[in-house]
Design a protein around this ligand. Structure first.
Ligand code: FRU
Length: 568
């Protein structure tokens, strides 16, 4: 056995001909990370770090499809004994437990094994939504950034596929986006088989540079462009923080003449028809820059807006659905945003920064090329899932719209309508109920998430009427979900003022999965997400106080409790 301090020359080695689909690897978080390399003729070398262990806490796997029939040599700069446990098989070790694990979210996307963060390359193509994501397939903590991949017909039922972008000599694969190059302006495909084109950041530690990849089989297999990187802007910014390219096709439809049809088709011309060009929005140090291109390979810097950090998004929306009043929304990683205009080269802010969601949502991205032109956003939550061999999850996909409010035009975010297909009614009551009456109803056998135990994936909708109270809210098993203070005008500690400033009511739409809770207030004007806490954050069963509305003399109207069907 090696003592772990050995050099490459002393690394443990395993060589075999690949006959099976998967490689199973034993992992323990108690081990140090050591370099693990994969080498086979005709396949790019892969070098990552892993915590292989002779006393594994769990197993991870690697898809071996691209190595099939080849001699594969694996070297590990750590325990030889641990490496000797690595084996190929046509089955993934412990696959029979997938999606049945105690703390596996039931209606949110998670990866089978390993870590996930930002959604990447979100796109609809040929009947499927593609979700790529920042992924460490080798353990449940951040490292070895790779693009994972899953597809879904409805953004709820996901199938996970093999990862598509692996670390290379330019670095690890950081966040990025995807577009459908319908007219093959990039030349990566043909007129008959146009490509999906991806932009991503390669992070080498001392440098972040922007790269391009493309797919000719509808997003399953990605090929890196041999001319990478296409943008290296470190010198301009004297900073290595230049990342997360967001692609889209721009046409000058923002003019009144071109207004017709914008609402139904804001991406008219996404494929490169008529006048227009490709836009790449890039986070560079302290804000978002705009680059433009005609072929997705050669990029020209145009402008910069200060005030954002990481994960840009930029898109047009028709205010209140009016195609003659289109505004552009520029977002940063924590869902702060500015509203303004965009002439294809410069974004001019008119208002902001605003924020429509708080809590654990981060690095959200909207889908490109959606068939019905909805602007659908999906965000990441860094949720632990207590001791599971996977970490992190995507939050519910939401539809974004722009609405005129008493404070001006604002983004509104509501779960996509498809979520309703998962709901099975348990309690419906329209009449006014006291807090006590409501709590009693919610504590009945079928309705109680506590009695339902971990199976309890729930949706609760209610209107809270303060009547006399200055503060009121809702707890679940002792955890505060809604904490409204009319005196301070705060909702869970954030300033919140209802549309009718004299209103004593608040509507809440709450989605409760095994490890996360999302709350949408007043039809999506404000939303927040949080980790669902279990007793003392241990693996113990939850405390059993159930739902508790609280507040002096409050009443509850339009109460609706649904079970949420599992997506697995
Ligand atoms: C945001 C982020 C991105 C980066 C990625 C790396 O969470 O820091 O800026 O591309 O994660 O995993």
């Amino acid at each position: 056995m090696f003592n772990g301090q050995c050099s490459m020359a002393e690394a443990a080695e395993l060589s075999f001909r690949v006959k099976c689909r998967y490689l199973n690897l034993p992992i323990s978080q108690k081990e140090e990370r050591r370099r693990l390399t994969f080498h086979a003729k005709g396949v790019d070398d892969l070098s990552v770090v892993a915590r292989l262990s002779a006393s594994p806490e769990y197993w991870v796997f690697k898809d071996l499809t691209e190595y099939k029939g080849k001699m594969l040599t694996i070297t590990y700069e750590g325990s030889e004994e641990a490496l000797s446990l690595v084996y190929q098989a046509d089955t993934i070790r412990d696959a029979s437990t997938f999606y049945k694990e105690t703390y596996r979210p039931q209606f949110h996307f998670t990866t089978r094994r390993g870590w996930i963060n930002d959604p990447n390359g979100c796109i609809w193509h040929n009947g499927l939504y593609h979700l790529y994501y920042q992924h460490n397939p080798f353990e449940r903590e951040w490292e070895n950034m790779t693009w994972g991949h899953a597809t879904s017909p409805d953004l709820l039922h996901w199938t996970e596929h093999a990862p598509v972008l692996h670390p290379d000599s330019l670095g690890t694969m950081f966040s990025g986006s995807a577009i459908f190059d319908k007219d093959n302006t990039s030349g990566f495909g043909t007129k008959k088989n146009p490509p999906i084109v991806y932009a991503y950041t390669a992070d080498r530690g001392d440098r972040e540079a922007q790269c391009i990849a493309y797919s000719l089989d509808g997003g399953m297999m990605l090929h890196k462009y041999e001319g990478n990187p296409v943008i290296d802007s470190r010198d301009r910014w004297q900073s290595h923080d230049t990342r997360d390219p967001r692609l889209f096709w721009w046409t000058p439809f923002n003019s009144p003449l071109q207004g017709e049809g914008i609402y139904s088709s804001p991406y008219k011309g996404e494929a490169g028809r008529g006048s227009g060009h490709w836009v790449l929005v890039l986070n560079e140090r302290n804000g978002h820059s705009i680059y433009t291109s005609d072929n997705l390979r050669d990029w020209t810097w145009q402008s910069h807006v200060n005030g954002f950090w990481e994960c840009p998004d930029l898109f047009p929306l028709a205010v209140d659905g009016n195609p003659n009043n289109v505004k552009w929304v520029m977002l940063g990683a924590s869902n702060t945003y500015m509203i303004g205009s965009f002439d294809g080269k410069t974004f001019t802010p008119e208002s902001g920064k605003h924020r429509f969601s708080t809590g654990c949502i981060y690095a959200a991205q909207t889908f490109s090329n959606t068939p019905d032109r909805r602007r659908i956003q999906i965000g990441w939550a860094n949720i632990d899932h207590l001791g599971m061999p996977f970490r992190g999850q995507m939050l519910l996909p939401t539809e974004l719209t722009l609405r005129t409010t008493k404070d001006g035009v604002r983004l509104v975010s509501k779960p996509i309508h498809e979520v309703a297909t998962l709901l099975k009614p348990i309690v419906t009551s329209e009449k006014a109920l006291s807090a006590q009456e409501t709590n009693e109803i919610l504590r009945t056998k079928e309705a109680s998430p506590s009695r339902g135990g971990l199976e309890g994936s729930l949706h609760l909708r209610a209107t809270l009427n303060l009547t006399y109270a200055t503060s009121a809210g809702l707890r679940l098993d002792g955890q505060m979900l809604v904490d409204y203070d009319l005196n301070r005008n705060t909702l869970n500690g954030q300033f919140y003022s209802p549309q009718d400033p004299t209103s004593l009511s608040l509507t809440m739409d709450i989605y409760i999965d095994r490890t996360s809770i999302e709350v949408f207030i007043d039809d999506g004007l404000y939303s927040f997400s949080m980790e669902r806490r279990w007793a003392d954050n241990t693996l113990e069963r939850p405390v059993t106080s159930g739902f508790e509305f609280w507040g002096q003399d409050i009443n509850i109207t339009d109460l609706k409790l649904d079970a949420v069907e599992s997506c697995w």
